[in-house]
Design a protein around this ligand. Structure first.
Ligand code: NAD
Length: 325
């Protein structure tokens, strides 16, 4: 079976491609390197069953080159903290329309990466797949990302109803690990590790009391793999997350990483960055997943936060050395 991965040079795309190649699939990856990295493709490009297209999914002409049975659509704009909300809204919807048209034309199944951000600030946790969506007002640009993914999910469901598009939607909760972008585009772990490696204080947005439940990349990939291979996942929506009991505040996460890297006798240096520094922003205070649905299909998160952070720190230290060399 041949799988197409959009965003293959990105964090999840490169890890997913490696796993699928190991499982015996052929993989066609596409990326425009807007956020992805050449170094993430280093090992993949040596594999005989991997082919790569450098191309922009906003250009309709690239789609002719994407030959395969399933499209795993990961390429995306994310929360516009430091980027443009109009790009998030326009790119995400335009590209998904092209992808859906292609799936319908070539009879391809679509696996779509959605996000825990779509639950917004619903105070009723844990979030299960049928939970309500509670977003803030359009004056706050962070919601552009959630909105683009909600639109994406609705568009897929509508095309399923009208044209029998075959799909699986997976909503990811804070994935982290090797190949992650080491700026805020990637996530807090990568930023905190990078802050420490560069001798800077830990950069906390807001008061740091907001909580999250994170997922080590190997668990994320295992969840996506379940969505791909289990026939019962056809036309369903799943949360994919780490252990919900490992909910942690951002400030505790920052300190945990600091102590893991600098030792328990050191004193964490912290810089609080007000939300106002990146425009009109609103954070989600608490985010906890319910993963019972995917667990019924045999998925179990295997990685504790401590173990995942250890691997991530190891990778980021070696990456820094490699990038300087
Ligand atoms: N990482 C997480 O924790 C997380 C959480 C929730 C949802 N998701 C979703 O998972 C998916 C993958 O996330 P990621 O963390 O790997 O992001 P990423 O930014 O590392 O990877 C996305 C890739 O898409 C590529 N891309 C973007 N626009 C493109 C275009 N027009 N043409 C071609 N390539 C393009 C980028 O260059 C990048 O390599 C996204 O859809 C994201 O919304 C991720």
């Amino acid at each position: 079976m041949q799988i197409i991965i959009t965003g293959a040079a990105g964090f999840i795309g490169s890890n997913l491609a490696a796993r699928l190649l190991n499982e015996g699939y052929s993989v066609v990856g596409i990326d425009n390197f807007s956020y992805g990295k050449h170094e993430n493709l280093r090992f993949l490009l040596k594999h005989k069953n991997f082919s790569f297209i450098e191309g922009d999914l906003l250009h309709e002409s690239v789609y002719e080159q994407l030959k395969g049975d399933v499209i795993i659509h990961l390429a995306s704009q994310k929360i516009p903290r430091y980027s443009s909300a109009s790009k998030t809204l326009q790119d995400n919807s335009r590209i998904l329309s092209f992808i859906i048209d292609k799936c319908k034309k070539d009879n391809q199944r679509l696996l779509y990466a959605s996000t825990s951000d779509i639950y917004g600030k619903n105070p009723d946790t844990p979030y299960h797949e049928e939970s309500n969506i509670v977003l803030g007002p359009p004056t706050i640009k962070r919601w552009a990302y959630a909105l683009s993914k909600i639109y994406g999910e609705q568009l897929i469901m509508a095309n399923h109803q009208d044209f029998n598009l075959q799909f699986t939607i997976f909503r990811l909760f804070g994935s982290y690990g090797p190949n992650q972008n080491t700026t805020w585009w990637g996530g807090p772990q990568a930023v905190f590790i990078q802050n420490i490696l560069e001798g800077k204080p830990l950069e906390i947005h807001g008061d740091g009391l907001q909580t999250r439940t994170f997922t080590y990349i190997d668990d994320t990939i295992e969840g996506i793999f379940h969505c791909l291979k289990d026939p019962r996942a056809q036309n369903e929506i799943f949360n994919i997350a780490g252990n919900p009991e490992e909910e942690i505040s951002i400030i505790s996460l920052a300190k945990k990483i600091w102590y893991q890297m600098k030792g328990l006798n050191s004193f964490p240096q912290i810089a609080f960055i007000p939300y106002t520094s990146f425009g009109n922003y609103e954070d989600v205070k608490k985010r906890v997943p319910c993963i019972n649905k995917i667990m019924k299909f045999g998925y179990r998160p295997q990685w504790t936060l401590d173990k995942g952070l250890e691997k991530t720190i190891e990778w980021q230290i070696s990456r820094n050395k490699y990038c300087r060399a």
